[in-house]
Design a protein around this ligand. Structure first.
Ligand SMILES: Cc1cc2nc3c(=O)[nH]c(=O)nc-3n(C[C@H](O)[C@H](O)[C@H](O)COP(=O)(O)OP(=O)(O)OC[C@H]3O[C@@H](n4cnc5c(N)ncnc54)[C@H](O)[C@@H]3O)c2cc1C
Length: 415
């Protein structure tokens, strides 16, 4: 059967499902995406509220992601970059630690910041040089261990690990224990070294919207929840049955585990996060940078002002503040607890903030223990059904796209 004769049913319109559909469509196959929600994007969506763009959980697009670079029109996304480095809230106040190879004017402030030793800062530079030279395939072949162990073996002091890595990578892995795979750390560190953390000017939801615009309009069926899957057939909650030559399950790992026989896929353990948004009369940071909690205690892990990065995130004359708290903590009085904590970081300016919305995201990232991820085919085939998604490659935008593309390539193989 040639590609143009194939009719493929895709369950889930997140990044993996969209990437899979684009590759199949461009090869001439017919595809239908069944998406239960009211729009595409899955975990990458943006809500508009009172003129503010609220991403569903703070997240960034790393513009060095190789596969995303091929698939997306980055110019069309109008990506706006964060500064390379961070402000770190320490017991002695806010300190600045920058990537001095790109921000040399901050050399002295970064070297003198009481976060790690001078030797730690040289180790960061050496690690950057080393990882920039190795390919993604090489990092995938490296010995895998927890990120914490990896950093200890690399010689970083507890002060650097606790004061910087736990909060910076805590915000990426959504856990401060640094139990995530060191391969994932190396991959992410390399991406930060080679490029910038960015936001599309119209919000993170612009990424799936751009992908969806490359598909014929009738490819995507919104509000279509799939309740049962067999080889070559999906059943919707309306009772409708649809038939195709191949079925792709591009949902998150837990949903896939519920839709397929028990042995097909293990439901992942999830990392959760709570993201609070506030409207402020002016930016408390006044620059496109992330501020991290380097104290080792408190609720808040990281703060930033998306409208300092991309002005359209807030209406004129206002600023949007995004605050991430790891896990899904007790919601009782959370907003006021967060604000009183941030008053110590940023001063009395926080009293003028207005709470906009809080997102509690239970299923944010599948846990990535050592020995999982960034290796293997990036998809599975079980009982005639293909499975893809970030849980099968890496918990990231890049990982979801790679998984979707590789699934499409497997389907397009001549049978
Ligand atoms: C708060 C947060 C922060 C993050 N930070 C970053 C970051 O900074 N950088 C980065 O690269 N990545 C980040 N990620 C990870 C990244 O967003 C995900 O890895 C990626 O979007 C997963 O895409 P996916 O297509 O595999 O799955 P999903 O996005 O989960 O898509 C699955 C789709 O399937 C649909 N679906 C589920 N069940 C059914 C059903 N029965 N029938 C029909 N449709 C169904 C869902 O509605 C959804 O649209 C973050 C994620 C979150 C949540």
């Amino acid at each position: 059967m040639s590609a143009s004769d194939k009719n493929v049913l895709i369950v889930g319109g997140g990044l993996a499902g969209l990437a899979c559909a684009i590759r199949l469509h461009e090869a001439g196959a017919r595809t239908t995406i069944f998406e239960q929600s009211d729009d595409v994007g899955g975990r990458v969506r943006t809500d508009l509220m009172d003129g503010f763009l609220l991403d569903r959980g703070f997240q960034v697009f790393l513009d060095a992601y190789p596969e995303a670079g091929h698939l997306l029109n980055r110019q069309g996304l109008d990506l706006r970059a964060f500064k390379p480095g961070a402000l770190i809230y320490t017991p002695s106040g806010m300190r600045r630690v920058m990537d001095v190879t790109r921000e040399p004017r901050h050399f002295m402030a970064s070297v003198l910041a009481p976060v790690g030793s001078l030797a730690d800062k040289l180790r960061v530079a050496a690690l950057k040089m080393r990882l920039m030279r190795v390919s993604r395939e090489d990092t995938a072949a490296h010995e895998d261990m927890t990120t914490e162990r990896y950093l200890e073996r690399a010689g970083f002091t507890p002060s650097m690990i606790d004061g910087f890595f736990r909060s910076f990578y805590g915000g990426i892995f959504l856990e401060r224990d640094l139990h995530t795979s060191s391969r994932m750390f190396e991959f992410t560190f390399k991406m930060f070294s080679q490029g910038s953390a960015t936001l599309p000017s119209a919000g993170m939801g612009a990424i799936p919207r751009q992908l969806a615009s490359r598909l014929p309009a009738d490819t995507i069926r919104l509000g279509a929840t799939v309740t049962a899957i067999q080889s070559g057939r999906v059943t919707l909650d309306s009772g409708e049955q649809c038939h195709g030559d191949a079925v792709v399950v591009a949902t998150d790992g837990s949903t896939a585990a519920g839709l397929l026989p028990a042995s097909a896929v293990d439901a992942p353990f999830w990392r959760s996060v709570t993201c609070l948004y506030f409207a402020a009369p002016r930016s408390p940071l006044r620059e496109p940078i992330i501020a991290l909690n380097g104290t080792g205690s408190g609720l808040v892990n990281n703060v930033c002002v998306p409208s300092d990065v991309a002005p359209d995130y807030a209406p004129p004359g206002q600023a949007l503040v995004s605050v991430s708290v790891l896990g899904t903590v007790n919601p009782e009085g959370l907003e006021s607890r967060v604000l009183s904590e941030l008053e110590a970081w940023l001063g009395s300016t926080v009293r003028a903030w207005r709470h906009l919305r809080t997102y509690r995201i239970e299923r944010a990232l599948p846990k990535q223990a050592p020995g999982t991820g960034l290796t293997g085919p990036g998809f599975r085939k079980e009982g005639g059904v293909y499975l893809c998604g970030d849980h099968l490659w890496s918990a990231s935008i890049e990982g979801a796209l790679i998984s979707g593309l590789r699934t499409a390539d497997a389907i397009l193989q001549p049978s």
